[in-house]
Every structure is written in C-alpha cells, then in structure tokens.
Design a protein around this ligand. Structure first.
Ligand SMILES: Nc1ncnc2c1ncn2[C@@H]1O[C@H](COP(=O)(O)OP(=O)(O)OP(=O)(O)O)[C@@H](O)[C@H]1O
Ligand SMILES: [Mg+2]
Length: 563
C-alpha cells in the first residue's frame, strides 16, 4: 500500500500560506508598501480599482531588482532582508520572511516590473502562482507590482470580499498607517482615478498627521516625549476635552512597525485618569522604541502583533508618558474662534513675572503655596464665574468652579492617601437627616469622609451628627457639601473613574469647590489662579472639561487686522 502522506505541490503550499498573509486588498497594499519602504523608496504611488478587487498597483522609486533577484523574489522563503535566525533580533526592515510576494502571486494575476538602474529592466508575470519566463522591460529605477483579479482562483475567498467602499476604506487605512511611520516619504493613493490621499514628504510627524487628517485632529494633539530605561515613548495624545465616545484614532508603532495592541492603548488611556469623562476615548498615536532584543516581531502571520519581553513595564511607561503629556498647562484647550479650533503651540510659560515667596492669606489653602510661583497680571472676574487675565501669548479664561475642582481634587487625593485633612471641630455639632440609601452610603464611606474632614456619627433614625467639617475655603458650606456629596455617593455618580478613592475624591472636589455665580475678592481670584497654574494636571477638571481656555494674541491681531 502506498503511503497516505504526500508533499503538496509548491503552488498549493503558496496558496495555503497566502491565506494567512493576504486576507483582502488592503493586506496586499500593506505588503507592497512595506516592500517599497524596505527598498528605500522616497515616493510611493498606489492605484486601486473597484476597491482593489480588480486592480492594485504599487509603484516605487526604491532600489529595484536585477533579473536574478526579480526571479527569486517570487519564490517562498526568498528574502534579501535576513540571512539567518539571529538577524531576526532587532530586524529593522518591515519584511523578513520572504512570504509576501509568492503569497500574493499565488492568488492573483501578478506582474512585477523592476529596474535597479533605470537602464536594464525586468518584467515577470505569474498567473495563480504559475510563473512565466522573464521579459525585458523599460522603466526608471524602482519597482511596480500590479495585482489583478485578486482571489480569482480561490472563489471561496473572493466571496468574503466586502463592498467596494468597505475594501477601499481598508486600503486607505493600510496606507495611512504606513504613511504615519514615515513622514519623510511621499504617498499618493488613487481609487478609480480619484485621488484619495496625496501626502508630501514632511519634516515632522505632526505635519504628516495634519496632511492626513487636517487640523481638526492635529490641533487637538499634545506631544508625548518620555523615556524610562530602555523604552522611549513618543507621539501624540489628544486633549481630554476633545475626546469623544466614538471615532477616535488609535495607533501603536513599535520600532517603526504598526501593531495592534489594545493593551497598550488601554494603558495610554489609563494615563488620562481623572481628566476625562467616563466613556470618552481620546485619539492616541504612540511610537515606542526599545532595543531589538526586548521585543519579538515574529509572532503574527501578518506581523500585526509583537511580543514584549516585559509587557507590564511597557504598559506602565506608556501610561506615565501620557500622563506627563497632559500635565503642563500647554494641555489647556485653545479657544475655538469662529468655529475653528486654534493652534496648539501657544506657550503658557511665564504667566507674568515671578513673585516673592509667601502669600499673605491662604484662602484656598490645603497646603502652603510653593515659593517662587508666578505673580499674575490683573485678574478680572466676569459673570461671577470666569476669571480673565493676560498671559505671554494671549488672554486666558479660567472657569472658577472647574479650576477649583481640579485644585481641590489634587489636594484631596493626597489627603485620602495620607493622614487626612485638617478638620475643624464644631462647638455645636450639626445634625442632618438623610434617606435610607444615603445613610448606607455614609456608613460605607465613613473612613474616607473622616479623611477629608467629616467626622460623622449615626444618631437616631435618619439623623446623623457631624462633629468635624473640612474647611477648604472661606465660602465653604459644610452642611450643603455633605448633603450633595452623600447624594452623589448614594446615586453612584462618577462611575467611570478607576477606583473608589478617585471616585470619592472627585465627588468631594466637585461638591466642595466654589460654584459658578459666586463673587470672589481680588485676593481670592489670585490665589485660585496661582493654585491652578501650579497644579499637576491644571488644564482639566475631573469630568474632562477644560479648566482654562486661551484666546491667543495672534487671533486678536488677525481679527483686528494687525497681523
Ligand atoms: N518594491 C521592491 N523593491 C525592491 N525589492 C523588492 C521589492 N519588493 C520585494 N523586493 C525583494 O523581494 C524580496 C521578497 O519580497 P517579499 O515581500 O516576498 O519578502 P520580504 O519582504 O523579504 O519578507 P516578508 O514576507 O516578511 O514581507 C524582498 O526580500 C526584496 O529583496
Ligand atoms: Mg515583504
């Protein structure tokens, strides 16, 4: 009896391998652009027809191939990018498996035109992976790959292709991702002769983002720049106030490779803690760089995942990187004027000159002000709600409630994790009445309430006695704050915040903060603004709303025809 095991013919093997690499037109575009980038292209042109189902063509001005290489390029495991397994460690090219071209060729009508010097050229055709003899071709230095009738010989796969618009969108996305990794390379994409994307070489990643999506996104981004040990994190995090529940952009690149990693994105979102409304998802573009031996890139058939040697470290550093990016006042939302959001470049440094140490009165004190904090130009309270003042680059407008909420929140979080706040013992204890669920909430939060300054004891029935109260500012209404706070706790508000402590801190800060509509004395305005400007995350309140917006001087000049 003859054996039952047979080695598959190479064409069949290629088709099976193609199943892993080539899922849809966008995967072909991805592989071909990666090859062009690996070949040192400065300009890459992509054309598709019918969402790439009938035609995909990728042309580059890279190094091209001589005839022998061009013939080999269509064989499996033929690659110029690594020579042995050790080269895989820290591999700097997108490709390294020698799989993509044979896989694509095995499921299409395939044509490769290439020249290493702009004089001699080679054309190689293959139909369903069956190669024809090479021909001479005339072309400039570089390579053009044309893929027609994708999956014509694998009807089951072809059936899985989606509508033209869907496939086109996936192609745009594939190109966009790679265009982000290399702002220095020009990319164009035409679909049935319509130009869908045309980005010129750019000096900075932000310019590339601007070219791809316009200022609507670019102007809402804050730069990330952080290094810890072997890991460098760069990129962009969207201002919390501009994050929306849907439609965010989230990209992660590791050593220049685009990957899909929900954990890293989640870690980055964790960096937004206490600055963003629950449910809002900020746009994030993250470039991670770490030594080649700290990450394995060969773990996914389409190379869309990598494995980190120390995943927890990476996630921790990403979270910190985002947190730091949101820190400075530069994170403050710029004011939209005439429906258009202004640039992100305005500087907040040096608001006025420096002030001698010591502030006469600690009006909003939970701790003394740091010496050397800024002296402020005259402040103006308007509508008993907003505070206006001049900065180096424009006019700043602070929302007094949001600002105070942020200041209190930072102080309260220190108290909740430390010894607690200084409380004021009442000569005549307060007695307050609560509903049953509120009494439960008080019982459940007794210790946290004590740490912010409320010593509360059950009395009888629905009544509780309050022995001590916090004193965060002179206009503080201790009874009202406790009632509102307890109602919030019982009603489960602030559900989106990470943990119980933060939830409690945010609720307390919100209820204890001065309200809108409260008139403040000049000294109070000043201290509130100084405290805000010296906070750790000054630009946002705990709901993700801005605490401060700025009207840039440029904009005033433009409006008044001075620019
Ligand atoms: N646009 C191009 N310009 C120059 N050489 C190319 C181009 N495309 C492919 N090649 C050559 O053909 C070889 C095979 O390409 P292919 O994409 O199949 O494999 P790879 O890029 O080496 O690895 P991978 O399968 O991981 O992409 C490459 O190693 C490269 O030498
Ligand atoms: Mg390749």
């Amino acid at each position: 009896m003859t054996g039952r095991i047979a080695v598959l013919p190479p064409q069949v093997a290629d088709q099976i391998a193609a199943g892993e690499v080539v899922e849809r037109p966008a995967s072909v575009v991805k592989e071909l652009i990666e090859n062009a980038l690996d070949a040192g292209a400065r300009a890459i042109r992509v054309e598709i027809e019918d969402g790439g189902k009938s035609l995909i063509r990728v042309s580059d001005d890279g190094e091209g191939m001589g005839r022998a290489d061009a013939e080999l390029a269509l064989s499996r495991h033929a690659t110029s990018k690594i020579r042995d397994a050790t080269d895989l460690i820290g591999v700097g090219t997108f490709g390294f498996r020698g799989e993509a071209l044979p896989a694509i060729a095995s499921v299409s009508r395939f044509e490769l035109d290439t020249s290493p010097d702009g004089r001699s050229g080679t054309r190689i055709r293959a139909v369903g992976g069956k190669r024809e003899p090479p021909e001479d071709a005339v072309r400039q230095q570089g390579t053009t790959v044309t893929v027609r009738a994708l999956f014509f010989n694998t009807p089951a796969r072809r059936k899985f292709l989606r509508a033209q618009a869907t496939e086109t969108r996936a192609v745009v996305e594939a190109l966009t991702v790679l265009a982000l990794t290399r702002p220095d390379v020009a990319f164009t994409l035409t679909s049935d002769d319509r130009v869908l994307s045309d980005v010129r070489p750019a000096a900075r990643p932000l310019d590339r983002i601007h070219a791809l999506w316009g200022g609507g996104l670019a102007d809402t981004l804050l730069p990330i720049e952080h290094r810890e040990g072997p890991l460098e994190v760069q990129g962009f995090a969207q201002r919390p106030a501009q994050a929306k529940p849907a439609g965010r952009k989230g990209y992660v690149f590791v050593r220049g490779r685009p990957i899909r990693d929900p954990f890293i994105l989640r870690a980055a979102e964790a960096g937004y803690r206490s600055t963003i409304a629950p449910g809002d998802r900020p746009s994030l573009i993250l470039f991670l760089d770490l030594p080649g031996d700290a990450v394995d890139v060969n773990v996914h058939p389409a190379k869309l995942e990598v494995r980190f040697r120390d995943k927890f470290f990476v996630e921790k550093v990403v979270e910190q990187a985002v947190r730091r990016a949101l820190g400075p006042l530069a994170a403050a939302a710029p004011l939209g004027v005439g429906g258009q959001v202004l640039g992100a470049r305005d500087s907040w440094t040096g608001v006025g000159g420096t002030m001698p140490a010591g502030v006469p009165q600690e009006l909003f004190a939970t701790e003394p002000l740091a010496p050397g904090t800024q002296h402020l130009a005259p402040l103006l309270q308007v509508f008993d709600t907003y505070i206006l003042f001049q900065t180096d680059s424009g006019v700043a407008i602070v929302d007094q409630h949001s600002a105070h909420e942020r200041v209190l929140y930072e102080g309260v979080m220190r108290q909740l994790t430390g010894d607690g706040a200084p409380a004021q013992r009442l000569l005549l204890p307060l007695t307050l009445e609560f509903a049953a669920p509120e009494l439960e909430a008080i019982e459940a939060h007794r210790e946290l309430l004590r740490r912010v300054g409320y010593e509360v004891e059950p009395f009888s029935g629905r009544t509780v006695v309050v022995h001590t109260v916090p004193n965060p500012h002179p206009r503080f209404d201790a009874a009202r704050c406790l009632q509102e706070l307890v109602a919030d706790l019982a009603g489960g508000r602030f559900g989106g915040l990470a943990n119980r402590l933060e939830r409690f801190g945010a609720t307390f800060a919100c209820r204890a903060a001065i309200k809108a509509g409260q008139h403040l004395e000049p000294e109070e305005l000043r201290e509130l603004v100084v405290r805000l400007l010296t906070a750790t995350l000054p630009a946002h309140d705990v709901h993700g709303r801005p605490t401060i917006v700025q009207l840039p001087k440029d904009e005033l000049e433009r409006r008044f025809g001075r620019a």
